[in-house]
Design a protein around this ligand. Sequence first.
Ligand code: ADP
Ligand code: MG
Length: 258
Amino acid sequence: MTAPLLTCRAVTCRFGGLVALDAIDFSVGEGEIVGLIGPNGSGKTTLFNVVTGIYAPDGGSIAFTDRDITAARAQAMYRAGIARTFQRSRMCLPLSVFDNIMIGNHKRLDHSLVFNLVRRKAFAAELRRSWEEAAELIAIFSPELAARLDEPAARLSMIDRRRVEICRALISQPRLLLLDEPSAGMTHEETRELMDDILTVRARMAGLTIVVIEHEMGVIERITNRCVVLNYGRKICEGTFAEIASDPRVQEAYLGVA
Ligand code: ADP
Ligand code: MG
């Protein structure tokens, strides 16, 4: 592993009597694409929720670069450079594609009314810059989509909506991108397309580090450098795809056979 960007040490998260994460050690090196896998309910999304400050861990520590962010709230984690997508789509369908992307920009246009009235020219210029930035980003995924920034998101296909959601996470120029089941609800062909997009984005954004939760093993094999497997809130194994795929503990977790 390269120098660690994210380091979770003995991270524990409980919901009442349920231990959703049981002393998880999880590190991600700068520039890696790590696959986070495990059966439903094994704690994958909870780990993302803890790393993005949605839940405070009940035990353990989290460091990002060399900062301890264990107690940081979601906004602070985000500003530090951790962005994510959600397992269930979070699009605001009546809003435009541009607005849906800009929701993710922490430097977004949130000047006061006075600023907007007094400095309308400056505001217009800033808006134009943001528009160009969003268009440039989304064009990496699809040039056609870049021409549809002003359309309501409701008009987009599933795969295009997913692309917009990833752009929303990327517009803040994060160092770490967390993708929670990006291919959920998509056909094989769409999944393949989306994974190609993700690899293209990563090639363009040198240094972008990614953790992806994904059920399709073909996808995991193709895009990850390393995998971490959870089961019932515990890390049961980690390694390259070939290593984890041949591990009896992983086969048992997935198939119930040893
Ligand atoms: P995965 O993403 O691997 O499918 P989750 O992290 O969503 O699994 O869930 C892990 C376990 O924690 C499950 O048993 C789930 O029901 C439980 N869980 C997750 N979030 C909550 C919550 N907010 N309240 C109570 N239980 C939760
Ligand atoms: Mg989940």
